[in-house]
Design a protein around this ligand. Structure first.
Ligand SMILES: [Zn+2]
Length: 311
């Protein structure tokens, strides 16, 4: 049996037909157009799914269930998107709306970060009893899987790992609070840190990098640090520390068997992961029991589709 996974994002709606092993057989995407009435967005979601079925040469009868990951707070019990700042939805009866296109099908709604976490867990979790996924992107997202199940908190609003506070009265976070992990460890934060370092050091190689590539990105400091630029090395060292502080907190609460880190920045590979692991293991309260495995996730944008389909 096959499932459909939908990843409803602020910019694009992505969907895929997914088999039970988490393999995407076919996928596609359309712009979200979040300014439009929700009915129109849902209609496009359904059209996308039906066109994938047609391309794959199957029908809705071949689909066991449909899952959707959405940004924000999701109430799967009642089938409602409770609140999403990102796609501007409030109290939307999404399951009911989707049901009119997919009558009789099981439809699950999930927070998008939780869905992505479940996708990485299903494909790369290696059967871990406890698993945490972190994505470092525009923000810092996360998901916690315990005994094969997504941990959501009693109200569905749990596992907001990006908003653990690592610096009282620190940098302003998009959530309105100051000092969240996201305000230090997201790529948005890295870009801000890179910009500040460049302003401080007019001789840094990073200025040439930005002249070549047109703008500061998450890669600027990493690429210049690899070439030995001292200002860039300082940016990367601080950024590594910021990532590590959040991970240490997560380790000390959960001691998960495995943590995978996703988002474009995870492509920096050992250059990022080796120093992160060194710091995290140094400050890990657990000194005597087996250590949490820490590594790079691999599914990138597909994680949300796969997780929504399988969760
Ligand atoms: Zn925050």
């Amino acid at each position: 049996m096959l499932n459909i996974g939908i990843d409803l994002g602020g910019t694009n709606i992505a969907a895929g037909i997914v088999d039970e092993n988490g393999k995407i057989l076919r996928k596609g995407s359309v712009p979200t157009g979040k300014e439009r009435p929700t009915e129109e967005v849902v209609k496009d979601i359904a059209s996308l799914c039906f066109s994938l079925l047609e391309q794959e040469g199957i029908t809705l009868d071949d689909i066991a269930k449909i899952g959707m990951g959405c940004p924000g707070t999701v109430d799967n019990e009642n089938g409602i998107i409770a609140y999403s700042n990102n796609i501007r939805m409030e109290n939307v009866p999404m399951r009911e709306m989707l049901s009119s296109y997919f009558p009789g099908k099981t439809i699950n709604l999930e927070n998008d970060a939780n869905a992505a976490a479940y996708g990485e867990y299903a494909v790369n979790g290696g059967g871990a009893k406890s698993f945490v996924f972190i994505t470092l992107g525009t923000g810092v997202g996360g998901g916690i899987i315990i005994d094969g199940k997504i941990y959501r908190g009693f109200n569905g609003a749990g596992a907001e790992l990006g908003h653990i506070i690592i610096q009282p009265d620190g940098e302003q976070c998009t959530c309105g609070i100051k000092g969240c992990w996201e305000a230090y460890a997201s790529v948005t934060a890295l870009i801000r840190q890179t910009k500040a370092a460049m302003e401080k050091d007019p001789n840094s190689m990073m200025h040439e990098w930005v002249a070549d590539y047109g703008k500061i990105s998450g890669r600027t400091a990493f690429e210049c640090a690899r070439k030995g630029d001292s200002a860039a090395i300082e940016v990367v060292e601080n950024y590594v520390r910021y990532i590590s502080i959040g991970l240490i907190n997560i380790l000390n609460i959960f001691q998960p068997e495995k943590i995978l880190i996703g988002g474009g920045i995870s492509k920096e590979g050992d250059y990022l992961f080796e120093p992160v692991k060194k710091i995290v293991y140094k400050y890990d309260y657990n000194k005597y029991m087996p250590k949490t495995q820490i590594g790079a996730a691999s599914l990138f944008n597909d994680a949300g589709i796969i997780g929504a389909a399988l969760a």
